[in-house]
Structure formats: C-alpha cells, structure tokens
Design a protein around this ligand. Sequence first.
Ligand code: NAD
Length: 338
Amino acid sequence: MTYTITLLPGDGIGPEITDAALAVLHATGIDFAWDRQIGGMEALDAVGDPLPAATLDSIRTTKIALKGPLATPVGGGFRSVNVALRKEFELFANVRPAKTLVPGGRFDHVDIVLVRENLEGLYIGQERWVEVDGDPHGRAESVAVVSRKNSERVIRYAFDYAVRHGRKKVSLVHKANILKFTTGLFLEIGREIAKEYEGRVAFNDLIVDNAAMQLVLKPEQFDVIVTTNLFGDILSDEISGLVGGLGLAPGGNIGTHSAIFEAVHGSAPDIAGQGIANPSALILASAMMLDHLGEDEAALSIRRALIATIVADEVRTRDLGGTASTSEFGHAVARRVV
Ligand code: NAD
C-alpha cells in the first residue's frame, strides 16, 4: 500500500526539518508518494500567491498533508496562510499533544492533549473601528462566533479521541461566567455530549484563568482539554512550555474530509539555513499523521526512536543544549526506528 501525501516543506527552516522528518518516515518502511507543493513566501516569490491553486488542488485530492511552517507576508493585505488553509478544508479541530520527553525539566509527568476549536471564536476576522468624539479609532470592536455545529464536532472529536487513545478525562475550558452566550453555549454543548460518554470518559469544566493556573501548579491532573479558538491558542503554547518549548510541539488540523499535520512553531527566520533547527516537532507531527492513517505501530516506533535519541543517546540539537545538526539528529532518530 502506498500513501499519497501532499508535502509542503514551507519557508525558513521548513525544508531542513522536512528533510529530517522524511528520513525518519522512510525508515519505517512504509511506502509514501509525496506530492511536493509550495506555499507561503516561497509560493509568493515563485507564482505571486502564498496559497496557489495547485497546492489546494493537491490537498483536495490527497486529503492529507504534511507541512512545514509557512510565513505570512507582512503587510500587503495577506491573510494568514495557515488560517486560510484551516478554513478552506474546514479543519475544525486543532490537536496538540504535549508530553514530557526530556526528564529533569520543570515537570516530569505531563501528558496532555489539547483540542482547540479551529474555525471560529474571535478568529473570524470581524473587527471594526467606531468613531468616538471625532476620533476614528475611538473604539475597536471584535465579533466572536460560537456555533452549535462547530462546537459539537470539536467536542465530540475530543471525546472520541479520548476513547480511541485510552484516555480517561476530558476537561472543557471556558469563560462562561462572563461570556455567557459564546463560551456559555460551548459549555452547554460540552455537558450534553459528556452524558453520551458517561462511564467511559470523565468530564469536568474549568474557567480559563483557573485552568491557566492549574496547568502550572499541577499539570498531571489534565488529560484531554477541549476549548475555544483563542483560549486554545494561548493554553497550547503554555502547555508546550511545560514540556520544553515549541521545538517539541506537533499539531494536527483535522477536518471531516482532510487533515494537515505540522509543527506548532513558525519558520524561525533567525536560524534558517544554518542547519541547527530542531526537527522534533515535525517528526512528532509525522507520527500523528501515521496515527491518522491507522499506522499505529510505525507511529509508536517513531516516538520511541525520538525519545531514545534525545534521552538515552543524548543526541540533541542546540535548543535542547546539544550540538547535533538538524540532519544529524534526523538520521540518529531514523537509525533508532525499528
Ligand atoms: P517562530 O516559531 O518561527 O520562532 C520563535 C523562536 O523559536 C525563534 O527564536 C526561533 O529560532 C525558535 N524556533 C522555532 N522553531 C524552532 C526549531 N524547530 N528549532 C529551534 N528553534 C526554533 O515564530 P515567529 O518568529 O513569530 O514566526 C516566524 C514566521 O513563521 C512568521 O512569518 C509567522 O507568520 C510564521 N508562523 C507560521 C506557523 C505555521 O506555519 N504553522 C506558525 C507560527 C508562525
């Protein structure tokens, strides 16, 4: 069986970390047919469009993509390429697992999967200026949208994810004491759906400020977290920080018909081209992609190989205190894949 997958190496450190991730993926022995496409600044320079039709067509056909970071051109009215991709393919859930890999950090037992609503909330881009006392920028307004449809599918995804991965609890994070309509609806739907999973997956809810504090006090109490777009954006970076930063944080954008797997970090222009970036996040995103394809054993083997390389072999890139180059690290992980 050959999997045809759209590959978007992306900008900045993207091509370097993609090469490392491909070395690891090929070591699993699985057959991949990569449909290489461009996006972000590379595509803007080559064809004048950061999200070319050919790239979208490829994802529409393959229904699955592995992507490096895409830089959004500053100015010129470009919307975020990443937000546009999520909208285009209705990738309603953003899944960000974070697990302690390197012992001896701040926390040793973090194993949290954050599921973030990916399409609406405050990210719909409906903002406007209102003139006050002759000042055209006297007030700024932003609209947040929470719909039953998108809330239901992301919350259900979180519960189904918990069942599929043997996880015990879903915590819903909200601010329903203040934002009574928007996050109130999200909470109400969460409580309804939780009843369907009673006896299989436990459920609790927390107000976002308390959740942020609990995460740094006692992160072990969390298992799967589901929340709205902006809270998810902030909490997922906080959670990445608990386990050693963005270099180790993968993400999956999941839709009904397609899915895109990526590193959470950006194109890191400050270190691009130097061969020192940590490819771990994209390697872990590749493992998430294999889970999605039902290749559970290969996914597990990649995760084990990565941990063995960092912890037992002590092969690490500079951000983790080591001296290995991106490519040396990638090949060290690939050699560990069984
Ligand atoms: P960034 O994540 O690229 O970099 C932040 C810091 O982390 C930098 O110091 C960088 O060197 C370091 N870093 C990031 N990834 C690393 C890695 N794998 N190994 C070692 N160090 C790493 O964030 P930024 O500088 O704010 O964004 C740069 C560009 O990336 C922007 O154009 C932004 O729009 C884009 N971006 C894309 C995505 C995506 O494609 N999903 C996500 C975030 C940012």
